[in-house]
Each structure stands twice: as C-alpha cells, then as structure tokens.
Design a protein around this ligand. Structure first.
Ligand code: BG6
Length: 472
C-alpha cells in the first residue's frame, strides 16, 4: 500500500539498542558469578574469548553515558542467570544483584527505560549438567529465577522479555553454543521438541508470575520472527511457505499468545515422532499466560520451495540457515535480495511484511528487540569508523517501520543489535553490529577503548527528530 501521508512515530516510541550478557559483559567468573553453558563451551576457532567479551561489566557507566549521548529512550540488555544465581537455583549472589541494580539505576539516571531479557542463550552450567531444558524441573528452575528478578528489580523495570530466540535455540542450537542438541541433525526429534516445550511452559509461568507480582509491568517473549516466502507462485511452494512459517514462527507465537500449539507444526512433529509429552498442568499454565506485547528480533526473511521428501534432512548454518525438512519445506536463496558480507540476506520490505503479518495474527503491540547489520568495521588513524553501510541498512529498516505504523500497526519501539560492539554468537568480534566501536580483536583483548562510529551520530539525529530525519 502506498501512503499519501505517513503517520509519525508515536511520541513515546522506545528508540534504543540491545545487547546480551554473555556477549557483552565479560567478567565471566568475577564477583561470584557461576559459569554458564557459554563459559564452558568450546570457543569456535579464531573467535574471541568470552571471559572478557567487551567488558561492559567494568565499562557500563561509560557505555550508558554514550547511549544517553545518542539520546536512547531504552536499553535492552539481558541478565546473566548465573551472576544472580551462580548454580542456577538456591543461593543468590549479592554482588550480582548489586551489579544489575547499578546498571538499572544508571539507565534511569538518564531516563533510559531498561528492557530486561531474562534468558539469552546462557543456561547455568550447573543446570546444564542436570539436563537443562530436557528436564521438566527446568520450568521450576526458571520460575525461581524469575521470582528473584521480579523481587529485586521489579520496582524499577517495567519491560521484561522472557526467552531470547527460543525458536533459534530449537532450530540451530549447536551454532549458538547451547548443549543438549545433537549436532548435524535436522533438529526434528522428540528430545529437542521436549526441551522446546519446557521452555514454552517456563516462559508462560514467568509471564503469570510477573503479572501477579508486578501488576504495572509488561512482559513479552523475544523470538526471531521472519516471514517465509514461497520461492515461486507454484501452489506447492505456497504450501511449503505455510509449513515453514508454522514451524519457524507461528509455533512459538501461537503458544505464547494463545497458549496452544500451531496445528501445522504439531502435525509435522507428529509425523516425525517428534511430539513432546504435554501434561494437563502444562496446558493449564500455557493457557493462563498472555504476553502484554510481542518482542521480536528481525534480520531477514526466509524463502522456501516444496520438498518432495526425497532430500536428506539438514541444517546448514546459523540464524540465517538453509534448512531442509523432508516433505515439508526446503529453504533456498531469494534471488531478489542482496546479502551482507557474512552471507545474510537483507530485506527491509520483508520487515514491514513480517510486522504486518504478526500484527494481524496477534493484535498485540510490537517491540523490535533486534535488527542490524553484522559487518567488518575499520578504525581509521584519526579514530573514526565510517560505517555508511550500517546507516544505510538501519535507514531502510526504520523507513519500513514507519510504513508499518502507517498501515495501522501498533509499534512500541526499535532496539537494534547492538548498542555497543560485542562478540557474535559464532563469528567473533570481527562481525560487528554496534553504534559504539570497541578496540579489541578476536585475537587480542586490546585497549577496550570506546569510539563513536558514524552511525552513532546518525542515530542520535534520528532519535532527536523522532524518526523524521533519516538522512546522513
Ligand atoms: C540474534 C541473537 O540471533 O542475532 C544475538 O539474539 C546475536 O545473540 C544476533 O548476536 C546476531 O547474530 P550473530 O550470529 O551474527 O551474532
């Protein structure tokens, strides 16, 4: 739809950016923090050690001052479960509570709304050893952790996110470095969907607890949602797109919002002996919970064609992965899109399409919790980073949000990835996303000095004009 007049961004639109604890904080075992699965995993060759990351733990004041300088209205960060509960359950670490109190207070000092992710890929190692999400107990572990967070931070945190990218954990878990997912499989086993199911119940329980304990707070999920296109107008490809949309997107959002499994996804799991065991109590918990908004990460769309069932099942790659689900859908490249230096398709119009589809299905306010361009950046001798490619990417995506707003979608905010450079899930710090450059490489920790990229100044102006001026 072409709009003659565009609607403005809402007055209280949450302009900000995101990070996650294990990718940004460092201090991996400092001040009583227990190890998470990220601290004990094998680090992919040639990528930075996560024990220092970019040391946000010791630089948070400086980082938040820089975010305030950009004019941030919100900062989405995650809490490291093992910083507050070193063993995942039981004893609380006072130093961990102190750190997040300080971080939250520092945000509030500048009127930056903290948006807190409760779980971002970092299962406590102690719980991992006990079976992680494959245990039904994980629902109670997560509820205990949620209570600690709500009790300690609920007086100041108004926006909560439950689990980051649960769908990617299920679809490409080994790449992200989480355990309990056999490598090289099509991720279509009962074992995996049982873990997935426990996460669905755990996040529902956390939403319920949040509503009981913090009636003024808002809570939502943070899956990675991207619309799946059919590779052609062949009806069989359209069916394949519906299939993959169901397995990749709607399985999660239907469960979060309606408390029910998506029928197409359920039928496919059933065909493949991958159905989870679901108890009556699980069903009751899932039904009783409802998010206040949908947080979601968007990087690109996916495209699929029909699968006649003769191909081997398989996953090839990461969040932008090519996956084959025999007899269901097979992902292919979209020839209409260009790719980033790291091979991810770029699809700003798909952002609008995704948002429109989500809003018409669920009718809940939408909060962008990630979006962004991973690229090689160069620090010039005079301390500059000319990242016009990132500006271009963000500009095009922000323009599509305004179109979506003009289409009638209720958008709460935009928090791209990432506020500051950090360690990518599996491609090191050479793949940078931040507005703030950090002087370190994959090989060396470096000075960790912060520099303002060109995108920093550009985003500052975007926020100052509430999205009206997207020019350089
Ligand atoms: C999202 C994750 O999948 O994408 C982040 O929530 C991640 O943790 C981001 O860093 C970008 O992916 P990558 O693999 O380039 O780091």
């Amino acid at each position: 739809m072409l709009h003659k007049t565009l609607k403005p961004f809402p007055k209280d639109f949450l302009w900000g950016a995101s990070t996650s604890a294990y990718q940004v904080e460092g201090a991996a075992l400092e001040d009583g923090k227990g190890p998470s699965c990220q601290d004990v995993k094998e680090i992919p060759e040639g990528t930075a050690d996560l024990s220092v990351s970019v040391d946000h733990y010791h630089h948070y004041k400086e980082d938040i001052a820089l975010m305030a300088e950009m004019g941030f209205k919100s900062y989405r960060f995650s809490i490291s479960w093992t910083r507050v509960l070193p063993n995942g359950t039981g004893e609380v670490n006072p130093k961990g509570i102190e750190f997040y109190n300080n971080l939250i207070d520092e945000c509030l000092k500048y009127d930056i709304e903290p948006i807190v992710t409760m779980f971002h890929f970092d299962m406590p190692a102690a719980l991992d050893e006990r079976g992680s999400w494959s245990r039904h107990d994980s629902v109670d572990w997560f509820a205990e952790y949620a209570c600690v967070l709500f009790e300690n931070f609920g007086d100041r945190v108004k926006y909560w996110l439950t689990i980051n990218e649960q769908n990617m954990l299920t679809l490409v878990g080994p790449v992200i470095g989480t355990l309990h997912v056999p490598e090289g499989t099509a991720n279509l086993t009962k074992e995996i969907y049982q873990q997935n199911h426990h996460q669905l119940v755990a996040q529902a329980k956390a939403m319920q607890l949040c509503h009981e304990m913090l009636p003024d707070a808002k809570i939502g999920p943070a899956p990675n949602i991207s619309l799946v296109y059919p590779a052609s107008s062949k009806p069989e490809d359209v069916i394949a797109a519906q299939n993959f949309n169901a397995l990749r997107n709607w399985l999660y959002l239907d469960a979060y919002v309606f408390g029910e499994y998506n029928n197409l996804a359920w039928a496919y799991l059933e065909e493949n002996d991958a159905l989870p065991t679901v108890t009556d109590e699980d069903r009751t918990i899932m039904k009783a919970a409802k998010p206040d908004f949908i947080g979601f990460n968007y990087y690109n769309t996916a495209t699929v064609e029909a699968s006649d069932g003769s191909e081997a099942a398989g996953v090839n790659g990461d969040q932008q992965s090519h996956q084959t689900f025999p007899g269901f859908a097979k992902s292919v490249d979209n020839p209409n899109l260009v790719k980033t230096e790291f091979g991810w398709e770029i699809d700003p119009v798909g952002f609008r399409a995704t948002v429109r589809e989500m809003y018409s299905r669920y009718r809940l306010p939408l909060l962008v919790t990630e979006n962004g361009l991973g690229a090689y950046d160069t620090l010039t001798e005079d301390g500059k980073i000319h990242d016009n490619y990132r500006i271009e990417y963000l500009r095009q995506h922000i323009a599509q949000i305004q179109l979506a707003i003009s289409d009638g979608v209720d958008m709460l905010g935009y928090n791209p990835w990432s506020a500051v450079d950090l360690i990518s899930t599996h491609e090191g710090i050479r793949k940078r996303y931040g507005f703030i450059y950090v002087d370190r490489t994959d090989e060396e920790v470096g000075s960790l000095k912060r520099y303002r990229k060109d995108s920093f100044f550009w985003y500052q102006k975007v926020i100052a004009t509430n999205g009206q001026d997207l020019k350089d």
